[in-house]
Unconditional design. Structure first.
Length: 479
């Protein structure tokens, strides 16, 4: 779909937004209150970003956020299917919503969308076992929410609209940002890597990069709106722009974003080791705004397993990149994702993973037990690792990862570093909580007026995975 068609689709959706808005106004006049919505988001930053767009559409229609899920007029589940337990969570919640609907909120409408709904078997399960669900849609057509809600009002059955794939990128969707001062920005959608364990390419479709100009104008608008930190989102940001005409590289895009006034911090995820260019490390080393944090998923340290995972790099290559990052960008935090118990993983393979953990000393690592996903090549592989063996390896890995993380995270104790203050502290309302550029959490005394500001903080005490800090007023305050 070209630019013109995308614009036409946006106008078509505007029509449904207006129709729905009229209906909501009428309803509000009758009931004396605006209808409410509640969005539950599971999964990764992609889903979080999609939920902001869905909230943006609901806001345009005239819905307001509900304080509690159980009292909402419209509940939307944005699902994830990357591991089996993500799916189970959704069905548990749907059961709960059904009993709420029966007992106390008969008018509640329920929609399920996101990655899990891209799988026909899951849609079938919803259809059969959760017939009270009103709308089902997928990842490729979230911009159609108003139209689907319009259909829900007029059709007396479950509205199901799931697209198998798309080459469409709809620009200029409204969004309600969760934070006024930071925002995720999609730079690409989908994934072409087909790591053998991973469902994402099947539920998010082929890789599509957004035009550089669209990304830059979105970020400029965000900056004008008070955003100081952007997180560039893609499953494999290192291959950004390769298929654009003319091609653009990820480092080039970063250089452009660096020039935007008002943006103080740039983050990105995720970086695939196979496409990481020396140019990217150059940009990182010379940038003033790119944060001191690099998320570089390892998955496994065994060359044999990496090959079976279709990851296209070796342990050696990974170690070389991590080493270069540490050498060229002083103080950088390197974090990772690791899967334990991939089919055929031996103790020897596992020890290779542990060896990488020892050598790279990750500031933090997300560790996952391999979960077979129907339709992926790995799900058909032989030699599943017995559950007790996986659990034992997982526990050994987790213990080591946590210990190293704790040792590394205290290293800035006593220093004064900039903190972007994000929220009032959840436990102590006299305190606020923010992050260093390396993503470490810092709690400090201060009030809500600091939220969204980047302030110098003395890191008084390391508490393992976070610091207790103190606001320094003597230095020039940024932000
Ligand atoms: N695009 C990112 C990862 C997206 S999924 C990348 O390539 O790194 C986030 C993480 O979930 C992955 O890094 C992987 O560690 C984990 N994961 C994906 N599929 C999984 C599966 N089938 N079982 C267990 N963990 C999985
Ligand atoms: Fe999944 Fe691999 Fe794509 Fe990441 S790069 S989303 S792990 S297929
Ligand atoms: Fe989950 Fe979809 Fe993200 S499967 S991890 S929400 S892309």
């Amino acid at each position: 779909m070209g630019r013109e068609e995308s614009r036409a689709e946006r106008l078509r959706q505007q029509y449904y937004i207006e129709r729905m808005r009229d209906a909501v106004l009428e309803e509000t006049a009758e009931t004396g209150r605006a209808p409410t919505y509640y969005i539950e988001t599971l999964g990764c930053q992609m889903n979080a970003k999609d939920s902001e767009k869905l909230a943006g559409i609901l806001d345009e229609i005239g819905y307001v956020p509900a304080s509690l899920e159980d009292t909402a007029d419209f509940v939307l589940y944005n699902t994830c299917t990357v591991r089996e337990n993500a799916n189970l969570k959704v069905y548990g919640h749907l059961g709960h919503l059904n009993s709420v609907r029966k007992k106390s909120n008969p008018g509640m409408k329920i929609a399920v969308c996101g990655c899990m709904m891209q799988e026909p078997d899951e849609v079938q399960t919803v259809r059969e076992k959760y017939p009270f669900v009103n709308i089902v849609f997928g990842t490729h057509n979230i911009f159609k929410l108003a139209e689907l809600m319009y259909r829900m009002r007029t059709e007396d059955r479950m509205v199901i609209d799931v697209w198998e794939g798309t080459d469409e990128i709809i620009e200029d969707l409204p969004a309600i940002r969760k934070y006024p001062f930071k925002s995720g920005v999609n730079i690409m959608y989908g994934c072409n890597n087909f790591c053998s364990y991973c469902i994402v390419p099947y539920v998010r479709g082929r890789e599509r990069s957004r035009d550089r100009a669209d990304i830059l104008s979105e970020i400029r608008a965000l900056a004008e709106d008070g955003v100081v930190e952007v997180m560039l989102l893609g499953q494999n940001v290192n291959s950004y722009g390769k298929t654009l005409d003319p091609p653009v590289s990820f480092p080039e895009l970063l250089r452009d974003i660096e020039q935007i006034d008002g943006i103080e911090r740039i983050r990105f995820m995720t970086s695939h080791p196979k496409d990481l260019s020396p140019e990217l490390i150059d940009v990182l080393a010379s940038s003033r705004k790119i944060c001191n944090h690099f998320h570089l998923p390892l998955q496994s340290g065994s060359d044999r397993i990496l090959k079976a995972m279709n990851r296209h790099y070796t342990k050696e290559k990974y170690l070389q990149i991590a080493g270069e990052l540490r050498a060229r960008v002083p103080g950088i935090a390197v974090t990772t994702d690791i899967i334990v118990g991939f089919p055929g993983e031996t103790e020897e393979d596992f020890l290779e993973t542990m060896d990488v953990v020892e050598r790279v000393r990750f500031e933090s690592a997300f560790t996952f037990i391999y979960s077979p996903r129907t339709g992926t090549p790995a799900a058909k592989m032989e030699n599943p690792v017995p559950e007790e063996v996986v659990k034992d390896r997982f526990n050994r890995l987790l213990a080591r990862v946590q210990q190293i993380g704790q040792e590394e995270s205290g290293r800035d104790e006593g220093r004064v570093l900039p903190v972007l203050v994000e929220t009032v502290n959840h436990q102590d309302s006299r305190m606020v909580t923010g992050r260093l550029t390396n993503n470490t959490v810092v709690h400090l005394y201060g009030d809500a007026s600091l939220i969204g500001k980047i302030v110098p903080v003395r890191l008084r005490e390391s508490k393992g995975f976070y610091y207790i800090g103190e606001l320094c007023r003597r230095e020039g305050q940024a932000g």
